[in-house]
Design a protein around this ligand. Structure first.
Ligand SMILES: Cc1ncc(COP(=O)(O)O)c(C=O)c1O
Length: 401
């Protein structure tokens, strides 16, 4: 008998089919029109976007849009080539120079997505005789980078320097000469908690390990010039590789890695997710470059953190279990029952607020989350409206007493 290759997905399909169809299915929402960084028309209704990762509201920044339009008109819609064959335009080089300037590093390499940056750097830098030690709550792209590479992968408990140190010591006892890469994130995307980079990186350095920090959710948001949590904590000198994305604060798409490693440029020849894919379109490259220039000198961070504090405080004061203490623009309400979480999400949509329903396997510890990620572009009125609806629906569903 021939087995159906898709049989393994039957349980997933079964759960999916139990969800309502169309725009009241949390995984199939589509936007009829986008009005601004914080509002769209969904299901014919004006809706506040409360989970977009558009931290700086850059998607509608006039200067970024003008830069993109000019590049589109001058260089066309796409490069149709890899960075190493036909796909490097002047704009890509300017973007890499801008990143070097932004981070004050010797090297910068741009990928087509942040996902590919993690895949490429982790799978290439850590080879068959090396070890990658990752935080247990790492993003899928970090796990996939490990799966694609040939290094031995070890996990340590989330944000736990002592546990990391134990893992490092055990590896060093067994294999004194092994190359070791420790991978952490600046801000964890589901609950919004920050990594204690100093303590984690010091443990790594004690055992001669390299440190990679994924600042996907922290570029623009933290640090004096928006470089991320390592800059905020004053520990950039302990970080060997910084990964980031243009798909959040930068308001477009693409990924990057910056580093001072003297041999870093060899990655342009050996890193498969860099070599074997088409480069970013010129319009994207131009808007990312402009956004980085704006972010560096911007005070939008102050407004963003003010917004975040207002939502996080409002939720905790109302009695919600919000997982963390408002240390980032991400606020996530923990809901015990998945059915209640789905109903909650639908009722928020009916009231014109689109939050992220996040469920396992995307979440740590099997949590069901109503996840918001705020923008500097949100008004205080929008935040207060979200709070009002969260509280009213929470009471209705018995999430709040
Ligand atoms: C921590 C982290 N790393 C990497 C990525 C991937 O970024 P991109 O959207 O550019 O592929 C994400 C996106 O959600 C993320 O949260």
């Amino acid at each position: 008998m021939t087995l159906d290759l898709f049989e393994k997905f039957d349980r997933t399909l079964e759960s999916f089919n139990q969800l309502p169809k169309g725009d009241f299915n949390p995984f199939t929402v589509s936007m009829d029109a986008v009005i601004s960084p914080t509002e769209a028309i969904i299901n014919g209704r004006k809706t506040i976007l409360a989970g977009t990762n558009n931290y700086m509201g850059m998607t509608y920044n006039r200067e970024c849009m003008d830069a993109a339009e000019e590049a589109l008109n001058s260089f066309g819609t796409g490069t149709t080539g890899s960075r190493v064959l036909n796909g490097t335009y002047n704009g890509h080089k300017i973007l890499e120079e801008t990143l070097k300037d932004f981070y004050d590093t010797e090297h910068a390499i741009v990928f087509s997505t942040g996902y590919q940056a993690n895949l490429g750097i982790i799978a290439t830098v850590a080879g068959p005789k090396d070890y990658v030690i990752i935080d247990a709550d790492s993003h899928a792209s970090i796990y996939d980078g490990c799966a694609m590479g040939n290094a031995t992968v070890v996990r340590f408990e989330h944000n736990d320097p002592e546990n990391l140190e134990k893992r490092l010591a055990r590896i060093r006892r067994k294999d004194p000469d092994a190359g070791i890469l420790v991978v952490i994130e600046g801000v964890y995307s589901m609950l919004g908690d920050q990594a204690p980079i100093k303590q984690l990186a010091e443990a790594a350095k004690k055992h001669d390990a390299f440190v990679l920090v994924d600042e996907a959710h922290s570029i623009g948001v933290f640090g004096k010039t928006g470089r991320g949590v390592a800059q905020e904590q004053g520990v950039e000198h302990l970080v060997d590789f910084t990964i980031g994305t243009f798909s959040k604060s930068v308001g477009t798409v693409g990924g990057y890695c910056v580093s001072n490693h003297p041999k870093f440029e060899v990655l342009r020849l050996v890193c498969r997710p860099y070599v074997f894919t088409a480069s970013l379109p010129p319009s994207v490259v131009a808007s990312a470059t402009k956004a980085l220039e704006l972010i560096k000198n911007s005070n939008l961070r102050v407004k963003l953190l003010e917004n975040s504090m207002r939502l996080n405080k409002g939720l905790s004061d109302a009695g919600f279990n919000v997982g963390t203490t408002g240390e980032s623009p991400i606020a996530a309400i923990v809901i015990d029952e998945q059915d209640i979480a789905i109903a909650y999400w639908q009722q928020m949509m009916q009231e014109g607020v689109y939050v992220n329903l996040a469920v396992p396997p995307a979440t740590p510890n099997g949590l069901n989350l109503m996840r918001c990620s705020l923008s500097a572009a949100h008004s205080l009125e929008q935040i207060d409206y979200m709070l009002e609806k969260f509280i009213a629906i929470g009471k209705n569903l018995g999430v709040l007493n």
